[in-house]
Unconditional design. Structure first.
Length: 235
């Protein structure tokens, strides 16, 4: 049943679990990172050094590693082959720091090896940025306009679908980067077996945030499709 401005009450009960999953994922990644941030590795390899050694083990030679502000703002920029590590990762030798730094190095290795999902994801970035900026305004404008202008709503939905596609393609890219990181941390001897288990938990918790984001994006897309169907039926 639809209420004010095409609000579907069934959607509310779908969205609530999505919001709960997102909250749980965020709490889990923060708590897991904090827990293993208190455990220093035996070899005392800092995050920046770990990222460099993991990248080199994968054949990456020219890699910039810099320090940035924020918490868990770590990322790899394929445009300039630079890994940016947050304050709590760059110079820390904790299990969490080493795991996160190695994960970003995993992305650098993906680019160097031409990992297919990573290439697809990179190709989607421009259209995803375009879609994320215009999809919601188009949908909102389309809902305000008379029903005969439904094409505006559908245009917004198509653009938002690109955002959803990007989220879905991101999943294998992130999981693969974590797998590469764990294997490299093991083969290079940066972490011992019991420390590897801690790093796996940190990266699994981080992966949950991507799963939650994809689930929420899919639910939102479903909501938009319900709206479009409702307007079509009202003609």
């Amino acid at each position: 049943m639809y209420g004010f401005y095409y609000f579907n009450y069934a959607y509310f009960w779908i969205m609530v679990p999505a919001l709960i999953v997102t909250l749980i994922a965020q709490v889990r990644v923060n708590s897991t990172f904090a827990r293993y941030s208190r455990t220093q590795t035996v070899n005392r390899v800092a995050g920046a050094e770990a990222a460099d050694r993991v990248a080199r083990s994968g054949g990456v030679r020219r890699l910039g590693i810099r320090r940035i502000g924020g918490n868990l703002t770590d990322n790899f920029d394929p445009r300039n082959d630079t890994i940016s590590l947050s304050e709590g990762v760059y110079s820390s030798s904790s299990i969490s720091a080493v795991g996160v730094a190695a994960h970003e190095a995993g992305h650098a290795i993906q680019k160097a090896e031409g990992y297919a999902p990573n290439q697809i994801r990179a190709a989607l970035v421009p259209v995803t940025n375009f879609g994320s900026r215009l999809s919601m305004p188009l949908i909102i404008i389309g809902l305000i306009l008379p029903v005969q202008y439904d094409f505006v709503v559908y245009a917004g939905i198509i653009l938002y679908s690109l955002v959803v596609l990007f989220q879905l393609v991101t999943l294998p890219v992130e999981f693969n980067a974590s797998s590469r990181a764990i294997r490299a941390l093991d083969s290079t001897g940066i972490l011992y077996p019991d420390e590897l288990e801690g790093a796996k938990k940190v990266l699994r918790a981080a992966a949950m945030t991507y799963l939650a984001a994809s689930f929420t994006a899919l639910v939102t897309l479903f909501r938009f499709l319900l709206i479009a169907a409702s307007r079509r039926d009202s003609r």
